[in-house]
Design a protein around this ligand. Structure first.
Ligand code: SD4
Length: 292
């Protein structure tokens, strides 16, 4: 039988996010509603410094958010470099429902959000402002591996009807250049869903995920018969092959297939993901290339 419903998401912050998603899934709700409700938890949490409100700003002190969402009909919506809106994932969903487009960026995305009734807020918390001021003393851009064990949240759900959806949301790389867009809002990079096959999400250094169309690669691997973990491992292997050294690079993938099998794999140790299945929510340490 099919292992459903099921929800899986990246990092420690995936646990509370899964709880919110499970409330939808356990009532025969739609995977799309589940993933949106799920990732809104870390988006709103100022303690999560890598997603939404309270996220680290760019090097000029602006909190700019990236997010995308994709449903079982491969409809997708995305926002990038969006400022002042606490829930970019919900704006991304509105892009599907209320616009003829897939992706809106920057000022245009903000205007769209305000037009849809979203509230303009200050997202730079005291704590993140202080860290930014501390960083500015050296102003050294060096992406960190496994930032406090939470980075982007990517979430994938299989609902009781057997449909897949996914969501991905982040404040992006801390201290990035103003205007930098990562993998997280890019369909096929940070997130990909094909309801015939499976779904995948990515976390870590976005530039490397973009260069390899990471999650599209994971889903295509599953289409050719790989189980989810193997599909993720091969996408990690591709990134490893494209770099002279991956010592300073972390990328992690998670994936789910139509049977409700799931898996994850990362370059470095330290990546984990949360899985909620059969009424039980738990964290799993992903196998990784460095240890293989
Ligand atoms: C990104 N994958 O924007 C996201 C999160 C991150 O270092 O900042 N990773 O690249």
């Amino acid at each position: 039988g099919v292992n459903k419903p099921l929800v899986i998401s990246t990092w420690n912050h995936g646990l509370p996010a899964n709880e919110a998603a499970w409330e939808v899934l356990s009532q025969q709700g739609r995977a799309l509603d589940a993933v949106e409700a799920g990732v809104r938890i870390p988006e709103a949490d100022p303690e999560v410094r890598t997603v939404g409100y309270g996220g680290y700003p760019d090097r000029d002190g602006f909190v700019t958010l990236d997010a995308c969402i994709m449903d079982e009909q491969e409809r997708c919506g995305s926002v990038a470099a969006l400022q002042h809106i606490k829930h970019p994932i919900s704006v991304a969903r509105k892009v599907i429902e209320e616009s003829p487009h897939v992706m809106l960026v920057g000022e245009g995305a903000l205007q769209f959000a305000l037009g849809q009734g979203f509230e303009k807020e200050n997202l730079l918390t005291e704590a993140s402002r202080n860290d930014w001021q501390e960083w500015k003393k050296d102003a050294d851009y060096q992406p960190e591996i496994n930032i406090e064990n939470h980075d982007t949240i990517g979430m994938l759900a299989l609902d009781s009807s057997g449909n897949l959806s996914g969501a991905c949301t982040t404040s992006g790389a801390a201290w990035k250049m103003h205007g930098r867009v990562g993998d997280s809002p890019l369909i096929g990079a940070g997130l990909f869903v094909d309801n015939e096959v499976g779904a995948a999400a990515a976390t870590g250094l976005g530039e490397e995920v973009i260069r390899t169309c990471g999650t599209h690669l994971v889903v295509e691997n599953m289409r050719r018969g790989d189980d989810p973990e193997t599909a993720c491992r091969k996408a990690v292997q591709r990134i490893v092959e494209k770099n002279d050294s991956v010592e300073d690079i972390q990328v992690g993938f998670i994936a789910v297939n139509k049977k409700g099998e799931f898996g994850g794999y990362s370059i470095q140790q330290g990546f984990n993901f949360a899985v909620y299945e059969s009424g039980n929510n738990r964290l799993i340490d992903a196998p990784n290339w460095a240890a293989s």
